[in-house]
Write a protein that binds this ligand. Structure first.
Ligand SMILES: NC(=O)C1=CN([C@@H]2O[C@H](COP(=O)(O)OP(=O)(O)OC[C@H]3O[C@@H](n4cnc5c(N)ncnc54)[C@H](O)[C@@H]3O)[C@@H](O)[C@H]2O)[C@H](O)CC1
Ligand SMILES: [K+]
Length: 510
Protein backbone atom coordinates (compact mmCIF):
# COMPACT_ATOMS: atom_id res chain seq x y z
CA UNK A 1 0.00 0.00 0.00
CA UNK A 2 1.22 3.48 -0.85
CA UNK A 3 2.54 5.28 2.21
CA UNK A 4 0.46 8.44 2.01
CA UNK A 5 2.45 9.97 4.87
CA UNK A 6 5.54 10.09 2.64
CA UNK A 7 3.79 12.20 0.00
CA UNK A 8 2.35 14.90 2.25
CA UNK A 9 4.11 18.24 2.60
CA UNK A 10 3.27 20.55 5.48
CA UNK A 11 3.90 24.07 6.70
CA UNK A 12 5.27 24.81 10.18
CA UNK A 13 1.82 25.64 11.48
CA UNK A 14 0.29 22.43 10.09
CA UNK A 15 3.12 20.39 11.62
CA UNK A 16 2.55 22.10 14.96
CA UNK A 17 -1.18 21.38 14.81
CA UNK A 18 -0.60 17.70 13.95
CA UNK A 19 1.86 17.46 16.81
CA UNK A 20 -0.75 19.04 19.11
CA UNK A 21 -3.24 16.33 18.11
CA UNK A 22 -0.71 13.66 18.95
CA UNK A 23 -0.05 15.22 22.36
CA UNK A 24 -3.76 15.74 23.01
CA UNK A 25 -4.37 12.05 22.30
CA UNK A 26 -2.03 11.14 25.14
CA UNK A 27 1.47 10.92 23.72
CA UNK A 28 3.77 12.69 26.19
CA UNK A 29 5.87 15.44 24.57
CA UNK A 30 8.99 13.99 26.12
CA UNK A 31 8.20 10.53 24.73
CA UNK A 32 7.79 11.87 21.20
CA UNK A 33 11.03 13.80 21.49
CA UNK A 34 12.79 10.70 22.78
CA UNK A 35 11.42 8.59 19.95
CA UNK A 36 12.22 11.07 17.17
CA UNK A 37 15.67 11.83 18.50
CA UNK A 38 16.53 8.16 19.08
CA UNK A 39 15.66 7.47 15.45
CA UNK A 40 17.97 10.35 14.46
CA UNK A 41 20.73 9.02 16.67
CA UNK A 42 20.43 5.53 15.12
CA UNK A 43 20.56 6.98 11.63
CA UNK A 44 23.55 9.16 12.49
CA UNK A 45 25.39 6.10 13.81
CA UNK A 46 24.66 4.26 10.54
CA UNK A 47 25.87 7.17 8.46
CA UNK A 48 28.86 8.12 10.61
CA UNK A 49 30.06 5.08 12.58
CA UNK A 50 32.02 5.68 15.74
CA UNK A 51 34.98 3.76 14.29
CA UNK A 52 35.50 6.55 11.74
CA UNK A 53 33.96 9.56 13.51
CA UNK A 54 35.15 9.46 17.07
CA UNK A 55 34.44 13.06 18.04
CA UNK A 56 31.10 14.78 17.59
CA UNK A 57 30.09 18.37 18.26
CA UNK A 58 26.42 19.02 19.03
CA UNK A 59 24.82 22.45 18.51
CA UNK A 60 21.95 22.98 20.91
CA UNK A 61 19.30 25.68 20.58
CA UNK A 62 16.74 26.91 23.12
CA UNK A 63 13.69 24.96 21.93
CA UNK A 64 12.76 21.36 21.28
CA UNK A 65 15.10 21.12 18.33
CA UNK A 66 17.80 21.65 20.93
CA UNK A 67 16.09 18.99 23.07
CA UNK A 68 16.33 16.52 20.19
CA UNK A 69 20.01 17.37 19.79
CA UNK A 70 20.62 16.70 23.49
CA UNK A 71 19.01 13.26 23.27
CA UNK A 72 21.29 12.57 20.30
CA UNK A 73 24.27 13.87 22.32
CA UNK A 74 23.43 11.50 25.17
CA UNK A 75 22.98 8.47 22.89
CA UNK A 76 26.18 9.10 20.96
CA UNK A 77 28.07 9.61 24.22
CA UNK A 78 26.72 6.32 25.58
CA UNK A 79 27.71 4.63 22.32
CA UNK A 80 31.30 5.71 22.87
CA UNK A 81 31.64 8.86 20.78
CA UNK A 82 33.54 11.81 22.29
CA UNK A 83 30.85 14.47 22.57
CA UNK A 84 31.10 18.25 23.00
CA UNK A 85 28.00 20.41 23.23
CA UNK A 86 27.78 24.03 22.08
CA UNK A 87 24.88 25.68 23.90
CA UNK A 88 24.86 29.42 23.28
CA UNK A 89 21.48 30.17 24.90
CA UNK A 90 20.97 30.77 28.58
CA UNK A 91 17.20 30.32 28.59
CA UNK A 92 15.98 26.92 27.40
CA UNK A 93 12.52 25.32 27.22
CA UNK A 94 11.97 23.13 30.27
CA UNK A 95 12.29 19.77 28.52
CA UNK A 96 15.48 20.99 26.87
CA UNK A 97 16.75 22.13 30.28
CA UNK A 98 16.08 18.64 31.68
CA UNK A 99 18.05 16.97 28.90
CA UNK A 100 20.79 19.52 29.33
CA UNK A 101 21.04 18.83 33.05
CA UNK A 102 21.08 15.09 32.50
CA UNK A 103 23.75 15.30 29.80
CA UNK A 104 25.87 17.41 32.17
CA UNK A 105 25.41 14.81 34.90
CA UNK A 106 26.74 12.12 32.57
CA UNK A 107 29.96 14.08 32.14
CA UNK A 108 29.34 15.62 28.69
CA UNK A 109 31.17 18.94 28.29
CA UNK A 110 29.21 22.10 27.43
CA UNK A 111 30.60 25.25 25.82
CA UNK A 112 29.13 28.63 25.02
CA UNK A 113 31.71 29.27 22.32
CA UNK A 114 31.98 27.33 19.09
CA UNK A 115 35.79 27.11 18.79
CA UNK A 116 36.20 24.01 21.01
CA UNK A 117 34.04 22.10 18.48
CA UNK A 118 36.15 23.03 15.44
CA UNK A 119 38.21 19.81 15.54
CA UNK A 120 35.16 17.52 15.90
CA UNK A 121 34.86 15.09 13.00
CA UNK A 122 31.10 15.45 12.81
CA UNK A 123 28.62 18.15 13.85
CA UNK A 124 24.96 17.71 14.73
CA UNK A 125 22.85 20.82 14.24
CA UNK A 126 19.99 21.23 16.69
CA UNK A 127 19.93 25.02 17.01
CA UNK A 128 16.48 25.61 15.49
CA UNK A 129 13.79 23.56 13.82
CA UNK A 130 10.29 24.53 12.77
CA UNK A 131 9.98 26.99 15.66
CA UNK A 132 12.24 29.53 13.96
CA UNK A 133 10.18 32.49 12.86
CA UNK A 134 12.57 35.42 12.94
CA UNK A 135 16.13 36.22 11.90
CA UNK A 136 18.92 34.43 13.74
CA UNK A 137 20.58 36.61 16.39
CA UNK A 138 23.86 38.18 15.16
CA UNK A 139 26.08 36.02 17.41
CA UNK A 140 24.47 32.87 15.98
CA UNK A 141 24.84 34.15 12.41
CA UNK A 142 28.55 34.51 13.16
CA UNK A 143 28.72 30.95 14.48
CA UNK A 144 26.81 29.60 11.49
CA UNK A 145 29.16 31.39 9.08
CA UNK A 146 32.21 29.92 10.82
CA UNK A 147 30.76 26.41 10.74
CA UNK A 148 29.92 26.76 7.06
CA UNK A 149 33.63 27.36 6.44
CA UNK A 150 34.68 24.23 8.30
CA UNK A 151 35.04 20.97 6.46
CA UNK A 152 33.51 18.23 8.63
CA UNK A 153 30.05 16.85 7.75
CA UNK A 154 27.04 18.44 9.47
CA UNK A 155 23.79 16.60 10.13
CA UNK A 156 20.85 18.94 10.71
CA UNK A 157 17.93 17.76 12.79
CA UNK A 158 14.56 18.53 11.20
CA UNK A 159 15.85 21.52 9.18
CA UNK A 160 19.17 23.25 8.69
CA UNK A 161 19.07 25.88 11.43
CA UNK A 162 18.24 29.28 10.00
CA UNK A 163 16.00 27.93 7.22
CA UNK A 164 12.37 29.01 7.37
CA UNK A 165 10.16 25.91 7.37
CA UNK A 166 7.68 27.22 4.80
CA UNK A 167 9.59 29.54 2.47
CA UNK A 168 12.95 27.78 2.63
CA UNK A 169 14.65 31.15 3.02
CA UNK A 170 17.73 31.61 5.18
CA UNK A 171 16.76 33.95 8.03
CA UNK A 172 19.96 35.97 8.32
CA UNK A 173 22.07 32.88 7.64
CA UNK A 174 21.70 29.11 7.83
CA UNK A 175 23.72 25.97 8.40
CA UNK A 176 24.88 24.29 5.21
CA UNK A 177 24.11 20.70 6.12
CA UNK A 178 25.58 17.61 4.50
CA UNK A 179 22.53 15.68 5.59
CA UNK A 180 19.14 16.77 6.94
CA UNK A 181 16.88 14.42 8.87
CA UNK A 182 13.36 15.78 8.43
CA UNK A 183 11.18 14.70 11.36
CA UNK A 184 7.71 13.26 10.88
CA UNK A 185 6.39 14.90 7.72
CA UNK A 186 8.10 16.64 4.83
CA UNK A 187 8.15 20.39 5.30
CA UNK A 188 7.78 22.86 2.44
CA UNK A 189 11.36 24.14 2.77
CA UNK A 190 12.69 20.85 1.38
CA UNK A 191 11.23 21.66 -2.04
CA UNK A 192 12.19 25.30 -2.39
CA UNK A 193 14.95 26.42 -4.73
CA UNK A 194 16.31 28.88 -2.15
CA UNK A 195 16.89 26.12 0.43
CA UNK A 196 18.70 23.66 -1.82
CA UNK A 197 22.20 24.94 -1.07
CA UNK A 198 21.60 24.28 2.65
CA UNK A 199 19.78 20.95 2.78
CA UNK A 200 22.44 18.50 1.68
CA UNK A 201 21.02 15.02 1.30
CA UNK A 202 17.63 14.96 2.91
CA UNK A 203 15.61 12.11 4.29
CA UNK A 204 12.46 11.80 6.33
CA UNK A 205 12.53 10.13 9.73
CA UNK A 206 9.18 8.44 10.18
CA UNK A 207 8.20 8.41 13.83
CA UNK A 208 4.83 6.79 13.32
CA UNK A 209 2.36 9.50 12.30
CA UNK A 210 -0.83 7.86 11.02
CA UNK A 211 -3.03 9.25 8.24
CA UNK A 212 -5.99 9.97 10.54
CA UNK A 213 -3.78 12.25 12.63
CA UNK A 214 -2.95 14.18 9.48
CA UNK A 215 -6.57 14.36 8.30
CA UNK A 216 -7.62 15.88 11.57
CA UNK A 217 -5.63 18.95 10.52
CA UNK A 218 -5.38 18.91 6.71
CA UNK A 219 -8.22 18.88 4.22
CA UNK A 220 -8.47 15.89 1.89
CA UNK A 221 -6.85 15.63 -0.64
CA UNK A 222 -3.75 17.06 1.01
CA UNK A 223 -3.18 20.59 -0.29
CA UNK A 224 0.54 20.16 -1.01
CA UNK A 225 2.00 16.84 -2.13
CA UNK A 226 5.27 15.43 -3.31
CA UNK A 227 5.28 13.63 -6.65
CA UNK A 228 7.07 10.31 -6.72
CA UNK A 229 7.80 7.50 -9.13
CA UNK A 230 4.98 5.27 -7.97
CA UNK A 231 2.36 8.00 -8.42
CA UNK A 232 3.88 9.19 -11.69
CA UNK A 233 3.82 5.64 -13.12
CA UNK A 234 0.10 5.38 -12.41
CA UNK A 235 -0.47 8.63 -14.28
CA UNK A 236 0.99 7.26 -17.52
CA UNK A 237 -1.46 5.95 -20.14
CA UNK A 238 -0.21 2.41 -19.57
CA UNK A 239 -1.05 -0.30 -20.30
CA UNK A 240 -2.74 0.59 -23.53
CA UNK A 241 -6.01 -1.20 -24.23
CA UNK A 242 -5.29 -4.14 -26.54
CA UNK A 243 -7.90 -2.95 -29.01
CA UNK A 244 -7.45 0.70 -29.84
CA UNK A 245 -6.58 2.99 -32.73
CA UNK A 246 -4.51 6.09 -33.18
CA UNK A 247 -7.28 8.61 -32.59
CA UNK A 248 -8.32 6.81 -29.38
CA UNK A 249 -4.80 7.44 -28.13
CA UNK A 250 -5.28 11.18 -28.32
CA UNK A 251 -4.65 13.87 -30.90
CA UNK A 252 -2.29 16.66 -29.88
CA UNK A 253 -1.74 19.87 -31.82
CA UNK A 254 1.53 21.68 -31.31
CA UNK A 255 1.77 25.25 -32.56
CA UNK A 256 5.45 26.03 -32.54
CA UNK A 257 8.55 27.27 -34.31
CA UNK A 258 9.57 30.17 -36.50
CA UNK A 259 12.35 30.76 -38.99
CA UNK A 260 14.37 32.10 -36.09
CA UNK A 261 13.62 29.21 -33.72
CA UNK A 262 13.15 26.27 -36.05
CA UNK A 263 14.74 23.83 -33.62
CA UNK A 264 12.13 24.58 -30.93
CA UNK A 265 9.50 22.98 -33.16
CA UNK A 266 11.58 19.80 -33.51
CA UNK A 267 12.27 19.57 -29.78
CA UNK A 268 8.64 20.08 -28.80
CA UNK A 269 7.65 17.38 -31.26
CA UNK A 270 10.34 15.03 -29.90
CA UNK A 271 8.91 15.50 -26.40
CA UNK A 272 5.44 14.72 -27.75
CA UNK A 273 6.78 11.68 -29.61
CA UNK A 274 8.16 10.29 -26.35
CA UNK A 275 4.70 10.52 -24.78
CA UNK A 276 3.37 7.87 -27.16
CA UNK A 277 0.51 10.10 -28.27
CA UNK A 278 -1.70 8.50 -30.94
CA UNK A 279 -1.72 11.40 -33.38
CA UNK A 280 0.59 14.34 -33.46
CA UNK A 281 -0.12 17.41 -35.57
CA UNK A 282 2.44 20.18 -35.68
CA UNK A 283 1.58 23.61 -37.04
CA UNK A 284 4.72 25.47 -38.17
CA UNK A 285 5.52 28.35 -40.54
CA UNK A 286 5.44 26.98 -44.11
CA UNK A 287 9.18 27.28 -44.67
CA UNK A 288 9.79 24.78 -41.87
CA UNK A 289 7.62 22.06 -43.36
CA UNK A 290 10.28 20.06 -45.23
CA UNK A 291 12.62 20.09 -42.27
CA UNK A 292 9.87 18.98 -39.90
CA UNK A 293 8.76 16.12 -42.14
CA UNK A 294 12.31 14.83 -42.33
CA UNK A 295 12.83 15.10 -38.55
CA UNK A 296 9.44 13.85 -37.32
CA UNK A 297 8.13 11.63 -40.12
CA UNK A 298 5.23 10.27 -38.08
CA UNK A 299 3.73 13.70 -37.39
CA UNK A 300 1.18 15.49 -39.50
CA UNK A 301 2.96 18.75 -40.35
CA UNK A 302 0.60 21.62 -40.95
CA UNK A 303 2.14 24.46 -42.93
CA UNK A 304 0.93 27.87 -41.85
CA UNK A 305 1.25 31.17 -43.71
CA UNK A 306 4.14 33.11 -42.27
CA UNK A 307 4.76 36.80 -41.82
CA UNK A 308 7.82 38.74 -42.97
CA UNK A 309 9.56 37.98 -39.66
CA UNK A 310 9.23 34.24 -40.31
CA UNK A 311 6.63 33.67 -37.58
CA UNK A 312 3.27 31.94 -38.04
CA UNK A 313 0.90 34.58 -39.43
CA UNK A 314 -2.35 32.63 -39.25
CA UNK A 315 -3.63 29.15 -38.50
CA UNK A 316 -5.25 27.22 -41.34
CA UNK A 317 -7.96 25.85 -39.04
CA UNK A 318 -11.52 26.86 -38.42
CA UNK A 319 -12.45 27.27 -34.76
CA UNK A 320 -14.42 24.01 -35.02
CA UNK A 321 -11.36 22.19 -36.31
CA UNK A 322 -9.26 23.51 -33.49
CA UNK A 323 -11.81 22.37 -30.94
CA UNK A 324 -11.42 18.78 -32.09
CA UNK A 325 -7.97 18.28 -30.64
CA UNK A 326 -7.74 16.70 -27.18
CA UNK A 327 -5.24 19.41 -26.28
CA UNK A 328 -3.30 22.20 -27.97
CA UNK A 329 0.17 23.32 -26.89
CA UNK A 330 1.23 26.69 -28.22
CA UNK A 331 4.30 28.84 -27.84
CA UNK A 332 7.67 27.11 -28.21
CA UNK A 333 9.80 29.18 -30.57
CA UNK A 334 6.88 31.09 -32.10
CA UNK A 335 8.48 34.49 -31.27
CA UNK A 336 6.53 37.51 -30.14
CA UNK A 337 5.59 38.15 -33.78
CA UNK A 338 2.96 35.40 -33.61
CA UNK A 339 0.61 37.52 -31.53
CA UNK A 340 -2.57 36.88 -33.50
CA UNK A 341 -2.11 33.10 -33.12
CA UNK A 342 -2.13 33.29 -29.36
CA UNK A 343 -5.22 35.46 -29.44
CA UNK A 344 -6.95 32.85 -31.60
CA UNK A 345 -6.02 29.80 -29.52
CA UNK A 346 -7.16 31.44 -26.32
CA UNK A 347 -10.73 30.78 -27.38
CA UNK A 348 -10.31 27.06 -28.17
CA UNK A 349 -12.73 24.70 -26.52
CA UNK A 350 -10.19 22.15 -25.33
CA UNK A 351 -7.35 22.20 -22.80
CA UNK A 352 -4.64 24.65 -23.83
CA UNK A 353 -0.98 24.69 -22.82
CA UNK A 354 0.79 28.02 -23.20
CA UNK A 355 4.57 28.13 -23.03
CA UNK A 356 7.50 30.41 -23.87
CA UNK A 357 6.57 33.18 -26.33
CA UNK A 358 2.86 32.47 -25.93
CA UNK A 359 3.36 33.48 -22.29
CA UNK A 360 5.25 36.60 -23.29
CA UNK A 361 2.47 37.55 -25.69
CA UNK A 362 -0.14 36.79 -23.05
CA UNK A 363 1.67 38.95 -20.51
CA UNK A 364 1.01 42.01 -22.68
CA UNK A 365 -2.70 41.58 -22.02
CA UNK A 366 -4.73 41.59 -18.84
CA UNK A 367 -3.69 38.01 -18.04
CA UNK A 368 -6.10 37.34 -15.21
CA UNK A 369 -9.09 38.69 -17.08
CA UNK A 370 -8.24 36.90 -20.35
CA UNK A 371 -7.71 33.54 -18.66
CA UNK A 372 -10.76 33.87 -16.44
CA UNK A 373 -12.87 33.97 -19.61
CA UNK A 374 -11.67 30.58 -20.81
CA UNK A 375 -14.20 27.82 -20.33
CA UNK A 376 -11.70 25.01 -20.84
CA UNK A 377 -8.58 24.38 -18.76
CA UNK A 378 -5.42 26.38 -19.36
CA UNK A 379 -1.95 25.25 -18.38
CA UNK A 380 0.82 27.85 -18.13
CA UNK A 381 4.43 26.71 -17.88
CA UNK A 382 6.50 29.77 -16.96
CA UNK A 383 9.98 29.96 -15.52
CA UNK A 384 10.55 32.63 -12.86
CA UNK A 385 11.11 35.45 -15.41
CA UNK A 386 7.99 34.62 -17.42
CA UNK A 387 6.02 34.29 -14.22
CA UNK A 388 7.07 37.80 -13.17
CA UNK A 389 5.99 39.21 -16.51
CA UNK A 390 2.65 37.41 -16.32
CA UNK A 391 1.79 38.33 -12.76
CA UNK A 392 3.69 41.49 -11.82
CA UNK A 393 1.19 42.43 -9.10
CA UNK A 394 1.48 39.04 -7.41
CA UNK A 395 5.26 39.11 -7.46
CA UNK A 396 6.21 41.21 -4.50
CA UNK A 397 8.60 40.68 -1.66
CA UNK A 398 6.07 39.70 0.94
CA UNK A 399 4.88 36.48 -0.70
CA UNK A 400 7.09 33.42 -0.96
CA UNK A 401 7.42 31.43 -4.18
CA UNK A 402 4.81 28.83 -3.35
CA UNK A 403 2.18 31.29 -2.18
CA UNK A 404 2.76 33.43 -5.28
CA UNK A 405 2.24 30.40 -7.47
CA UNK A 406 -0.94 29.35 -5.65
CA UNK A 407 -2.30 32.90 -5.75
CA UNK A 408 -1.62 33.25 -9.48
CA UNK A 409 -3.25 29.88 -10.25
CA UNK A 410 -6.31 30.79 -8.25
CA UNK A 411 -6.67 34.31 -9.70
CA UNK A 412 -6.12 33.21 -13.30
CA UNK A 413 -8.24 30.08 -12.96
CA UNK A 414 -5.47 28.00 -14.51
CA UNK A 415 -2.92 25.32 -13.78
CA UNK A 416 0.51 26.86 -13.46
CA UNK A 417 3.74 24.91 -13.61
CA UNK A 418 6.49 27.12 -12.22
CA UNK A 419 9.83 25.86 -13.47
CA UNK A 420 12.88 25.90 -11.26
CA UNK A 421 15.42 23.67 -9.59
CA UNK A 422 12.34 22.42 -7.75
CA UNK A 423 9.36 22.73 -10.07
CA UNK A 424 5.99 23.38 -8.45
CA UNK A 425 2.54 22.98 -9.99
CA UNK A 426 -0.69 24.44 -8.62
CA UNK A 427 -4.29 24.68 -9.79
CA UNK A 428 -7.06 27.18 -9.16
CA UNK A 429 -8.16 25.47 -5.95
CA UNK A 430 -4.69 25.67 -4.44
CA UNK A 431 -3.87 21.97 -4.83
CA UNK A 432 -0.13 21.81 -5.33
CA UNK A 433 2.41 19.21 -6.43
CA UNK A 434 6.09 19.64 -5.75
CA UNK A 435 8.70 17.79 -7.80
CA UNK A 436 11.29 16.55 -5.32
CA UNK A 437 14.30 16.24 -7.58
CA UNK A 438 15.90 17.55 -10.72
CA UNK A 439 19.32 18.26 -12.16
CA UNK A 440 21.11 21.43 -13.23
CA UNK A 441 21.74 19.55 -16.49
CA UNK A 442 18.23 20.69 -17.48
CA UNK A 443 19.23 24.36 -17.27
CA UNK A 444 19.76 24.36 -21.00
CA UNK A 445 18.02 25.77 -24.06
CA UNK A 446 15.37 23.45 -25.44
CA UNK A 447 14.66 21.36 -22.36
CA UNK A 448 11.45 23.31 -21.71
CA UNK A 449 10.27 22.59 -25.27
CA UNK A 450 10.66 18.85 -24.61
CA UNK A 451 8.56 19.22 -21.45
CA UNK A 452 5.76 21.02 -23.27
CA UNK A 453 5.60 18.34 -25.95
CA UNK A 454 5.67 15.52 -23.41
CA UNK A 455 2.97 17.14 -21.32
CA UNK A 456 0.77 17.76 -24.32
CA UNK A 457 1.10 14.15 -25.44
CA UNK A 458 0.26 12.79 -22.00
CA UNK A 459 -2.74 15.06 -21.56
CA UNK A 460 -4.02 14.06 -25.01
CA UNK A 461 -4.04 10.40 -24.01
CA UNK A 462 -5.75 10.59 -20.65
CA UNK A 463 -9.40 11.17 -20.13
CA UNK A 464 -10.05 9.91 -16.66
CA UNK A 465 -7.30 11.47 -14.58
CA UNK A 466 -7.03 14.96 -13.25
CA UNK A 467 -5.25 17.43 -15.49
CA UNK A 468 -3.22 18.84 -12.59
CA UNK A 469 -1.87 15.37 -11.84
CA UNK A 470 -0.90 14.70 -15.47
CA UNK A 471 0.95 18.01 -15.67
CA UNK A 472 2.85 17.14 -12.49
CA UNK A 473 3.53 13.62 -13.81
CA UNK A 474 5.02 15.11 -16.99
CA UNK A 475 7.25 17.41 -14.92
CA UNK A 476 8.36 14.41 -12.86
CA UNK A 477 9.33 12.28 -15.89
CA UNK A 478 11.05 15.24 -17.48
CA UNK A 479 13.19 15.69 -14.36
CA UNK A 480 13.86 11.96 -14.07
CA UNK A 481 14.97 11.79 -17.71
CA UNK A 482 17.41 14.61 -17.04
CA UNK A 483 18.73 12.89 -13.92
CA UNK A 484 19.22 9.56 -15.69
CA UNK A 485 20.82 11.17 -18.75
CA UNK A 486 23.15 13.21 -16.51
CA UNK A 487 24.11 10.07 -14.61
CA UNK A 488 25.06 8.25 -17.79
CA UNK A 489 26.52 11.18 -19.73
CA UNK A 490 27.47 13.85 -17.12
CA UNK A 491 25.55 17.07 -16.62
CA UNK A 492 27.13 18.42 -19.80
CA UNK A 493 25.71 15.65 -21.95
CA UNK A 494 22.01 16.37 -21.59
CA UNK A 495 21.14 18.36 -24.71
CA UNK A 496 17.42 18.55 -25.39
CA UNK A 497 17.42 15.88 -28.13
CA UNK A 498 19.18 13.46 -25.80
CA UNK A 499 16.78 14.39 -23.02
CA UNK A 500 13.81 13.40 -25.16
CA UNK A 501 15.47 10.05 -25.89
CA UNK A 502 15.86 9.38 -22.17
CA UNK A 503 12.17 9.78 -21.33
CA UNK A 504 11.32 6.16 -22.09
CA UNK A 505 14.52 4.95 -20.41
CA UNK A 506 13.58 6.88 -17.27
CA UNK A 507 10.17 5.24 -17.22
CA UNK A 508 11.53 1.71 -17.46
CA UNK A 509 14.48 2.19 -15.11
CA UNK A 510 13.74 1.64 -11.43
N1 LIG B 1 7.95 17.14 14.31
C1 LIG B 1 7.55 16.84 15.54
O1 LIG B 1 6.44 16.54 15.76
C2 LIG B 1 8.51 16.87 16.62
C3 LIG B 1 9.39 17.91 16.73
N2 LIG B 1 10.30 18.00 17.67
C4 LIG B 1 11.33 18.99 17.55
O2 LIG B 1 10.83 20.23 17.99
C5 LIG B 1 11.21 21.22 17.07
C6 LIG B 1 10.34 22.39 17.23
O3 LIG B 1 10.53 22.81 18.54
P1 LIG B 1 10.18 24.28 19.03
O4 LIG B 1 10.59 24.35 20.44
O5 LIG B 1 8.79 24.58 18.72
O6 LIG B 1 11.07 25.19 18.11
P2 LIG B 1 12.64 25.29 17.84
O7 LIG B 1 13.43 24.31 18.59
O8 LIG B 1 12.77 25.29 16.38
O9 LIG B 1 13.07 26.70 18.37
C7 LIG B 1 12.16 27.58 18.86
C8 LIG B 1 12.73 28.25 20.08
O10 LIG B 1 13.61 29.22 19.71
C9 LIG B 1 13.06 30.53 19.98
N3 LIG B 1 13.37 31.31 18.79
C10 LIG B 1 12.75 31.28 17.61
N4 LIG B 1 13.37 32.08 16.75
C11 LIG B 1 14.45 32.61 17.40
C12 LIG B 1 15.47 33.50 17.05
N5 LIG B 1 15.56 34.01 15.83
N6 LIG B 1 16.38 33.81 17.97
C13 LIG B 1 16.33 33.31 19.19
N7 LIG B 1 15.37 32.44 19.59
C14 LIG B 1 14.44 32.12 18.72
C15 LIG B 1 11.60 30.32 20.22
O11 LIG B 1 11.10 31.30 21.05
C16 LIG B 1 11.63 28.93 20.83
O12 LIG B 1 11.95 29.00 22.18
C17 LIG B 1 11.15 20.54 15.77
O13 LIG B 1 11.84 21.22 14.74
C18 LIG B 1 11.77 19.21 16.12
O14 LIG B 1 13.17 19.26 16.05
C19 LIG B 1 10.19 17.07 18.82
O15 LIG B 1 11.30 16.95 19.56
C20 LIG B 1 9.76 15.70 18.32
C21 LIG B 1 8.50 15.77 17.61
K1 LIG C 1 18.22 22.13 13.11
Amino acid sequence: MKNIVETIIVSASQMQQIEEQIFAAGMPVSALMEKAARLCSDRIQDLYPQSAFTSVGILVGPGHNGGDALVVARELYLAGYKVKVFRPFFKLKSLTTNHSNYATSLGINFYDEIEPLQKCQLLIDGLFGFGLTRELPPNIVEVVNSINNWSQPVVSIDLPSGIHTDTGEALGGAIKASHTLCLGLWKQAFFQDVALAYLGKSERVDFGILPHQIWSVLTKPAPVKKMDREIALKLLPLPRPSVTHKYSQGHLLLICGSLRYAGAAILTALGARASGVGMLSVAVPESLKTMMVSQIPEALIIECPENKEGAIASLPFSQTNLNQFQVIACGCGITKDAKSIVEKVLSVECPLILDADALNILSEQDVIEVLAQREFPTVLTPHEGEFKRLFPEIVNDTLDRLTRLQTAAQQSNSIILLKGARTAIANETGLTWLIPESTPALARGGSGDVLTGLMGGLIAQTKDKKLLDIVAGAAFWHARSGILAAKERTELGVDATTLAEYIQLAIIST
